[in-house]
Design a protein around this ligand. Sequence first.
Ligand SMILES: [Cu+2]
Length: 267
Amino acid sequence: MSNLWHFFQNLWQYLFPPPNASAQGKAIDELIWYIHLLMLVLFIGWIAYFLYTVYRFRKSKNPKADHVGARSHFSSYAEIGVAAIEVLLLLGFAVPLWAKAVDQFPIRTGDPKTDPIEIQIMGQQFAWNAHYAGPDGKWGKQELKAAAPGNPFGLVASDPDAKDDVTCLREPFQVPVNRNIICRISSMDVIHSFKLPNMRITQDAIPGMTIPTHFTPISKGSFMIICAQLCGNLHSTMKGEIKVVSPEEFETWYAAKAKAGGASSYE
Ligand SMILES: [Cu+2]
């Protein structure tokens, strides 16, 4: 019984995505609704058409099979109409949305208070890790040969730029609200997928590649990161947490993390 309850709870969650928490999310949700509305119209329309034909060409009225069948062009017109709506959704909504929300990255002006915050994200069986450049704004040196399960970013601890780097290994990390965030996604083992349902972000994490994605959190809170790509026997446990906090809270956390020394613990 409780399984059935969970099934319907999950079904409900699929129908209604978790609350949107990013500036880009609203337009993405709207597009998803438009597509589902079209699918609903098609679902009802084609079933109604099917039932109509079953009735219209019933055996009692048509005892002899007719190899010509329907003479009207209704189905062709309906197909053309559906295709036209699909083209409208694609060219009118999806392509412009992709250009705006995905392709167009926030611009860097040189102002440390408003510039996008960059975070390296490393997927690892079975956790998410984050790496920030630290208050000096300089990334510590990273080397492939330094990379290990305990040092997923391959940070070279002896490098002076690495001293204040902030790393969050298998632990929650923070971002300030209303600030552009750029995540550079990679993986140190197999293909994972960095998914922030509340931010409407999904980006594959591929070993040997670093793929940027961006979002602007608009509500404070704690949000789950999940892995959206089957990546091994504990895939379902591959959760992370991103905390959206006030700018002041972020600065305090960031300074404390930097002081603790992101890279120095790897010696
Ligand atoms: Cu994974």
